[in-house]
Design a protein around this ligand. Structure first.
Ligand SMILES: [Zn+2]
Length: 502
């Protein structure tokens, strides 16, 4: 999971902008950056993430093991841009020169214990799960913007190690004085890595076309994503895990492993609002907040949103409100928007609407035709927070695809959807066959000979530049993608290659 930009053999850059104090090589770490106990994906295995502020603090056997792991990753030729492996003497300053962390199996107290493990001949291949660094991404006046490099060791793939290191990165980087994080180069084919950054609230702030000449993709150039993220913002990306912790606390009457004092206090206060209803026969255990069932599993969230939406194909607000009567999770609206975008029936309707608008535009551009002017519609393009696909999206897309296959005939048998339909516009469309019969419009007569109004300017009440996420239903030039196109777009973005003819 690389994010490097600089020459790995260049001298170390320290942070010299942002909040004081600036770090000194090997100096004591800021308060709050202490060995952190974490639980792996199996919810049983304990590991500890140990922070280091200089390569000298890392036992040489561990340093050598990590250098070897990075070299292997470089030699695989698919994730890091370097071609030649780094020698051990360059690896130390490159990885641990400013700040580095190592994830080690078990409950490890401190650096001394790591040295003790090393002296006792510890097999790092088994004990070391991964490592990451945090360092300035730019020099001097911009050195308060940081960069991270991540390494998940061979033995510890698919155990949630990358995600746990990513969460710890987000917790520690602001404490080290950084305000923003940039990953310069994440090849799009590195799906595991992209999923983690998408899920942890990083934004895709750029794409470098054809940036990677990678070993597994001979004869083609792979795009690289630039990720950016504010540090220290409200981090509700951990919300799912938070619900699990509340559940654990209510059930067992004790704090989960690794809870610090602040977390314990949060849990005690949360426990007064939440109730745990024990399992009963076939009915599973439920966590309830003010009478609403808490749903922390993204797949269940999606299923619920889909079921509720499919009852009436309601719009985003209506569906969200209906769900919120019985359920609680963070960002219900976002789940709903995803469901609607994936809904084959709603997307058929989008297509119909777009076709009507195109027709409308043609009518308006014809000098002979006249038509009742459309008032600026109150319709605004959806302004969902642009979130990139998360690991659960894959399942959701499959679900959408399945729905499309099993129910190929779009049903228009209810008008119960709150689509942004401009009544004047629809009137015009319904009467396109006898437009000539309509009285001439004073609006168009006056405006004849002037540049054509752009239909998309109806959207100009939204001051923010539109992103790709927002183009669904946005107007003539940007017709809403069909479910199939949307699926292809997402798959491509998630690193799956799709041929345009499939
Ligand atoms: Zn629908």
């Amino acid at each position: 999971m690389p994010a490097m930009l600089e020459d790995p053999t260049a001298p170390t850059i320290y942070r010299t902008s942002g909040d004081m104090p600036y770090p000194l090589p090997g100096a004591a770490l800021p308060a709050g950056i202490v060995p952190r106990q974490v639980t792996l994906r199996d919810r049983v295995t304990i590991a500890t993430i140990i922070p280091f502020s200089s390569p000298d603090q890392v036992p040489i056997t561990l340093l050598a093991y990590l250098a070897d792991q990075l070299s292997r990753e470089i030699e695989k030729g698919d994730t890091y841009p370097m071609i030649d492996p780094l020698p051990l003497e360059s690896f130390g300053p490159y990885w641990f020169g400013v700040f580095g962390a190592v994830m080690i199996l078990g409950d490890v107290l401190n650096i001394d214990e790591v040295h003790h493990m090393s002296r006792s001949g510890c097999d790092w291949e088994k004990a070391c799960l991964g490592s990451f660094y945090i360092k300035p991404n730019y020099p001097g006046r911009s050195s308060h913007v940081c960069n991270g490099g991540f390494l998940v060791t061979d033995a510890s793939r698919n155990r949630g190690v990358g995600r746990l290191m990513g969460e710890t990165y987000l917790e520690w980087a602001p404490k080290l004085g950084y305000t923003y994080s940039v990953f310069n180069l994440v090849y799009e084919t590195n799906v595991a890595s992209c999923r983690i950054w998408d899920a942890l609230g990083f934004k895709r702030i750029g794409r470098v076309k054809g940036c990677g000449n990678l070993k597994s993709y001979p004869g083609e150039f792979v795009d690289a994503i630039i990720y950016g993220r504010d540090l220290g913002q409200d981090d509700d990306f951990v919300s799912e895990e938070r619900f699990d912790k509340i559940r654990f606390y209510l059930k067992n009457g004790k704090y989960p492993n690794g809870a610090d004092r602040a977390e314990k206090s949060r849990l005690r206060s949360a426990a007064t609002h939440y109730k745990l209803i024990p399992a009963d026969g076939d009915r599973p255990e439920k966590l309830v907040l003010k009478g609403k069932e808490v749903i922390s599993d993204p797949q269940r969230q999606y299923e619920i949103a889909r079921t509720v939406h499919h009852k009436s194909h309601g719009g985003i607000n209506k569906t969200t409100a209906a769900i919120a009567e019985a359920y609680h999770w963070v960002r219900i609206k976002e789940t709903v928007s995803q469901v609607i975008r994936n809904c084959p029936e709603c997307s058929e309707m989008n297509k119909g609407l777009s076709a009507m608008r195109v027709q409308q535009a043609r009518v308006m551009s014809s000098p002979q035709a006249s038509i009742t002017p459309t008032q600026p519609s109150r319709y605004q393009p959806r302004r969902e927070p642009s979130r990139s696909p998360s690991p659960s999206d894959q399942l959701q897309m499959e679900a959408a695809q399945h729905a499309q296959m099993t129910d190929p005939v779009p049903r228009f048998n209810n008008n119960n959807y709150d689509m942004p339909v401009d009544p004047a516009l629809m009137d015009g469309v319904h009467q396109t066959t006898n437009l000539e019969d309509l009285p001439p419009s004073p609006f168009l007569t006056a405006g004849r000979g002037l540049p054509l109004p752009q239909l998309s300017s109806l959207d100009s009440s939204a001051p923010v530049a539109r992103t790709n996420e927002d183009t669904a239903m946005a107007g003539v030039e940007e017709r809403a993608p069909t479910a199939r196109e949307e699926l292809r777009r997402r798959l491509t973005r998630a690193g799956y290659r799709t041929s345009p003819n499939e």
